[in-house]
Ligand binder design. Structure first.
Ligand SMILES: NC(=O)c1ccc[n+]([C@@H]2O[C@H](COP(=O)([O-])OP(=O)(O)OC[C@H]3O[C@@H](n4cnc5c(N)ncnc54)[C@H](OP(=O)(O)O)[C@@H]3O)[C@@H](O)[C@H]2O)c1
Length: 346
């Protein structure tokens, strides 16, 4: 007797059981179809579709991209790669000398215009935002990269987190991102009004730290999870203005913040990471289940997709593994600090 004949014979005896079995079967087929379609979409996003053409965001037509945290790490790469696509770049971060050096490098190499602004977002001074407004007023802006961010200096239990560190993380990652975006969006809307057919783009740096609740980085984790909800909500609001809004999720990348120098399959350098972001704008990569969100680097995408479709990002098991991973990093960081302190004394 075949499976379906089996089901029919049960149906003769008990239509309720038969109904339940058909329902379970249909739900299973739907779930499998959804996993198949999402997996196919993941593979297409990562390995098949051609790179996004930035002319739709005003590249090579005198438009400007604003990049926060632009003098180092990922921000510096966003600046370089957007300039290489033909956008003028406005660079914001703390250190004037680093900004000047980068501006000269970009102007010489890519023949685009560069403006710089050295401010400390942690100070949260109204004058910072007045300066941004004044300097950006005359520029036809189409792109904003909300890249600036701070994490904990080393993994730390929440109750031991220094108040200044806690405040800086929230001020830089959240308040500065919101205030900067609020200032710049009206300028983007104006540029798009005067340039029909051009789109706007707002990318905000999320993190695996925000994707997965991360013990020992609790404040950073919360700040990045906040950006997920905020950015997706904003994507809904700004769609009618032709502005694409996307949260970019990343696992580790070599940089001053991650304190990792060596690349590996799962840890790209900023150049390769940013290339993956800019070539896949508008696609979800590993974030298949999330609106206006992308996990673009191939190995990060596969890890994200695998966690989401197995234990889940909010599961106890993911939390436990993350806790032991970060406890271990803390132990090693404290050991290193003690060794350096001893060497200094000698
Ligand atoms: N690297 C990773 O593994 C990783 C993983 C996931 C997500 N992310 C996210 O990616 C973004 C960039 O990280 P990154 O690794 O490239 O960081 P990074 O190498 O430490 O660079 C940070 C940049 O932001 C600037 N900056 C820092 N604090 C600032 C402040 N208070 N005011 C103004 N500018 C400030 C720095 O300027 P100065 O050089 O002048 O100080 C520098 O240009 C962050 O949002 C981070 O959370 C990074």
């Amino acid at each position: 007797m075949s499976f379906f004949q089996g089901l029919n014979s049960i149906s003769d005896d008990n239509w309720i059981i038969n109904g339940l079995l058909y329902t379970a079967l249909s739900v299973g087929v739907l779930k499998l179809t959804s996993i198949f379609l999402n997996s196919a979409s993941l593979l297409f996003d990562l390995f098949v579709l051609p790179p996004v053409n930035f002319s739709k965001y005003g590249a090579k037509s005198g438009k400007w991209a604003i990049i926060t945290g632009a003098s180092d790490g990922l921000g510096k790469e966003y600046a370089i790669q957007l300039a290489s696509k033909g956008l003028n770049v406005f660079l914001i971060s703390r250190t004037q000398s680093k900004l000047e050096l980068l501006a000269t490098e970009i102007e010489t190499k890519y023949k685009v215009e560069v403006k710089i602004l050295a401010i400390d977002f942690a100070s949260d001074k109204p004058s910072n935002y007045e300066l941004i407004t004044q300097l950006i007023k005359p520029l036809p802006v189409t792109v904003l990269i909300n890249n600036v961010g701070q994490s904990h200096s080393i993994p730390v239990p929440f109750i031991e987190t220094e108040e200044s560190e806690l405040r800086n993380i929230i001020t830089i990652n959240n308040t500065a991102t919101l205030r900067t975006t609020q200032i710049i969006v009206p300028f983007i809307i104006n540029t798009l009004k005067e340039n029909r057919g051009t789109r706007g783009l707002i990318l905000t740096m999320g993190s695996f730290g925000g994707l997965l609740p991360t013990p020992y980085l609790a404040t950073y984790s919360g700040s990045k999870a906040f950006l997920q909800s905020w950015s997706s909500a904003l994507a809904g609001e700004l769609a009618e203005y032709n502005i694409d809004v996307e949260l970019v999720i990343s696992y580790l990348v070599t940089s001053a913040m991650s304190k990792i120098k060596r690349t590996s399959l799962t840890i790209p350098n900023p150049k390769n990471f940013v290339k993956s972001v800019l070539s896949t704008v508008g696609r979800r990569g590993g974030a298949q289940e999330r609106y206006a969100t992308s996990t673009p680097f191939w190995s990060h995408a596969i890890i994200h997709y695998a966690i989401e479709n197995t234990v889940g990002v909010y599961s106890k098991i993911a939390n436990k593994l993350n806790l032991s991973f970060h406890k271990d990093i803390r132990k090693r960081a404290l050991k290193k600090a003690a060794r350096l302190a001893a060497e200094k004394k000698e």
